[in-house]
Each structure stands twice: as structure tokens, then as C-alpha cells.
Design a protein around this ligand. Sequence first.
Ligand code: SF4
Ligand code: SF4
Length: 319
Amino acid sequence: MRQGLIFDVQRFSLHDGPGLRTLIFFKGCPLSCWWCSNPESHHGCQEIMFDARRCKGCGVCVAACPSGALTRDSKGNFIYRPEICRLCGACAEACPEEARRLVGRWVTVEGLMLEVERDVPFFRRSGGGVTLGGGEPTSQPEFALDLLKACQERGINTAMETSGYAPWKVISELSRHLDYILFDIKHIDPVQHKRLTGVSNLRILDNLGKLCRVHARVVPRYPLIPGCNDGEADILAMARYIKAQGHVEKVEVIPYHRYGELKYEMLSRKYRLAELAIPDSEMVARACELIRSQGLACEASALSMLSLSRKRGENILRD
Ligand code: SF4
Ligand code: SF4
């Protein structure tokens, strides 16, 4: 039975496709965007996360470790050796504070569908469905395909968030089983794209063009990252490229946020944008206007705008 590696299932999302969505987060991504809020998705394997703020120092995890991957030095500091860790999860299971966590769960399509089917009544009432995200769903193409087919067999609406960095054959095959596609454009310039994400955008732009010609519901998404891709010329060039590809439903602007920053610490990785401020609503509105000026429908991500408003002490629900 084919298995896939996921790291989360999130129910009742309102922001990743129409209606109420159940999001399935795939593990593994070929990109490494500086602003990524899901660093635990990057590697296509299980890994251990450690939250030092929760840890009470009891040492139960060290005693539970069967491989010697987790030890303490003479000062009581933890030493973790990933190269000999068996990823058995014993330390996470033993920890009374949930300070250690094994990230990544192997699942079968059948097992995952049992979880998803709980939400079918909500999908029916709201016009929602399942959205594959991550990480990058195309990094596990066979599993993604089987999952989409299983959703369709049950009449469940399907969507996918993708970086578009995959062979066209994979994207084309998956698109036949998708009702809605959220397609990231992170920078229009190939050199800047490589600097900020680790890969060139040539394949991504090419795939977007092909996809727009064969699928009616493609929504390009632009993460707005101050100092990285918020220049007027870059936004206009990106919008012109999208417009030239033919029909897209709309463009969504996703303002930069810092939700994932703590997770970098928990994975002992460096967060590269630690000093970067989130964009204010004027900056977001300006980006949307530039995109609309090229004849495209555009809106800012509702989730990010809510968080921006909260940070600024506004209440957009009241207003
Ligand atoms: S996952 Fe298993 S082997 Fe790895 S540190 Fe935890 S207990 Fe040790
Ligand atoms: S078991 Fe949990 S709380 Fe205790 S030392 Fe290990 S990580 Fe910290």
C-alpha cells in the first residue's frame, strides 16, 4: 500500500481554496525560501523538533533514547546527534512537557481518507474540500495523485498549493484531478529567485504558462516580502507575465509574516529574516493596486490581513 509522509492535517481552514478546507501538509520541498513559515516541511524525512521553552530539564527523554543520540554533557546541556538518531520517537513519547516532537507521519491514502471524511458535512455546507500543501505536494507525486483520486471518488473538492517547481508531466497529471490550483510566484527575476529560494524560476514560470492554458481555476500567489520582492518594477513585471499567460481567476498577495520564526529555533536552524518588519497595510494595498493596474483581479490574503490589523491594533471585523 502506497504511503506518504505528512507533517500536519489542519481542519476548517478558510484561506486555501473555496469554503472550509482540510489542509494536508506534505513533507519535503525542493525550495528553501528565506521567509518560509513551515521549516519543518523542508526535508523529506522525519525529524525531531525541540522546544527549549517547554523543557523542564527532567532528563526523561535522555533515559528513553535507545541509541545514545540524546545525551547530556557534564553541565547538563543536551547533546543531540541526528546522525545516529533512529527517529523512533521514544524521546517525544516520553517527554511529559511535549518539548520534543517527532515531525512527520507516514500515512496511507486509505488511513488519511478516514480522517478527511469526518469533514465531508462541512465541505458540503460550505463548498469546501481538501487542499494539499506543505512543503511541496509534487515532491511525493504518486501519493498526491492517489490522494486526489480518492477525494474525487468521494465527491470531495480538491485544491493544491504548489511552488510549481516540478516536471510538467507531474503538474499536468495532478492538475487533471484538481478543482483549484494555488500557484506561488515568489520573484519574477530568475537570479533573485535563485538567491531567495535556492532555485531558478524558469521552470516555474514555464509551468504556470502551460497550466493557465489547460486549467480554468489557477490562482497565482505572490508572497510580499519587504526588501526582497516588493519593488514596483518587480511587481509590475510579475503581473505582466501572469496577464500574458491568459486566464487566471485572480492573484492573491500574501503579506510577509513571522509565524514560523520560532520553529527555526526548534530545529536548530537560522531564520534569515530575523530583523525584517512585516509590511503595513498601505504597502499591501499598493502591491494589489499595481497588480490590478495590469488588468488582473487581485486580493490580499484574508488571514494575513487580519494578523496585520491585529498587530496594528485595528479590528477589521468591526470596521
Ligand atoms: S528519536 Fe529515538 S533515537 Fe532519536 S533522539 Fe529520540 S529517542 Fe533517541
Ligand atoms: S523529557 Fe521533555 S521536559 Fe524532560 S528534559 Fe526531555 S525535553 Fe525536557
